[in-house]
Design a protein around this ligand. Structure first.
Ligand code: ZN
Length: 195
């Protein structure tokens, strides 16, 4: 089943999401939500999805970046972004710690801000502590594009959207991004949009 993607303006996207107990996590209801979130993310398609985006105030995020998604991205941009394929990750009650705050500036979009993108500065490396979908603790460090996706999704669990953090002047339609900015690297983005 595919879930409805809630768009900016829906109040649930602005509320902190609720922590799950292990008991709630293993319930058929929550396991079903996780399966439907994976299907919804793949259908969109997107690289990350947080439960509030499908109308569930729960601390669940799904991440997946398939190699096939990279075919549309210029190779030099993929390299600059440090973007590599990520196998599907289901992360419950995730906690994020920045381990390398040096800024990385690239465009990003959001399935809840359909039709637009903007440049957002994110920390280069993070440590993530969470549970997997069975309640087993997982911990790892993530860099570059993986770290960006995690920071974006963790923001959703606090009721934040990328528009709260973007370089305001870089906000644009996906159409104009594809037409004019899809190859832009950090230096060009900074030069064009920093106030
Ligand atoms: Zn998003």
């Amino acid at each position: 089943m595919l879930l409805k993607l809630y768009q900016a303006g829906q109040p649930i996207l602005r509320k902190p999401a609720k922590t799950l107990t292990r008991e709630a996590l293993v319930s058929d209801k929550v396991q079903g939500i996780i399966d439907f979130m994976i299907a919804t993310l793949r259908d969109a398609p997107g690289v990350g999805l947080a439960a509030p985006q499908v109308g569930e105030s729960l601390r669940i995020i799904i991440i997946e970046d398939k190699r096939s998604y990279h075919e549309q991205v210029p190779p030099e941009l993929l390299k600059a972004q440090g973007r590599r394929p990520i196998r599907v990750q289901v992360l419950i009650n995730p906690k994020l710690q920045v381990i390398d705050p040096s800024p990385s500036l690239f465009f990003e979009g959001c399935l809840s801000v359909e039709g637009y993108v903007a440049a957002v500065s994110r920390a280069h490396s993070v440590r993530l502590d969470a549970w997997d979908r069975h309640g087993k603790p997982v911990a790892f460090t993530a860099h570059d594009w993986h770290a960006r996706i995690l920071q974006h999704e963790l923001d959703h669990l606090e009721g934040k959207l990328y528009t709260d953090r973007m370089l305001e002047r870089s906000f644009m339609t996906v159409k104009n991004f594809a037409l004019l900015w899809r190859k832009a690297l950090s230096a060009k983005i900074a030069q064009a949009f920093r106030n």
